[in-house]
Design a binder for this molecule. Structure first.
Ligand code: SF4
Length: 116
């Protein structure tokens, strides 16, 4: 079982957009951000939004309760919020796809409200 799980995790990592880049931008988040940290967070989230393994990555981070870094386009604080809302023991890939799509829709809606 453990071996199967690790093989699955390696498969999505092969499709990751961040596979060839350093991890620096994914671990810049802190509670008190500097402008440089904020720019790194933005760059990481942009890369995640175009990643073909985004759902698997977020699912992996939620299921393994990873506390640091941006995974699947979500900061540790945002992942804690997801866990507080859903309160699940396991996050499937379809569920994480739904979470990602709803978050994107919500951000678009907020941006439209700001423009009005
Ligand atoms: S979603 Fe982001 S952190 Fe996860 S594999 Fe893709 S680029 Fe890397």
């Amino acid at each position: 079982m453990t071996k199967y799980y690790s093989v699955v995790s390696e498969l999505w990592r092969d499709r990751a957009s961040c596979k060839e880049v350093g991890v620096d931008i994914f671990f810049a988040e802190t509670e008190h951000r500097t402008k440089e940290q904020a720019n790194k967070n933005k760059a990481a989230k942009l890369m995640c939004s175009k990643c073909k393994a985004q759902s698997e990555c977020l699912s992996y981070a939620l299921n393994n309760k990873i506390e640091y870094g941006i995974w699947g386009g979500f900061t540790s604080r945002e992942r804690r919020n997801i866990c507080a809302i859903f309160k699940l023991k396991s996050y499937t890939i379809p569920l994480t796809k739904t979470i990602i799509n709803k978050t994107i829709a919500s951000i678009k809606e907020q941006n439209q409200q700001i423009k009005i």
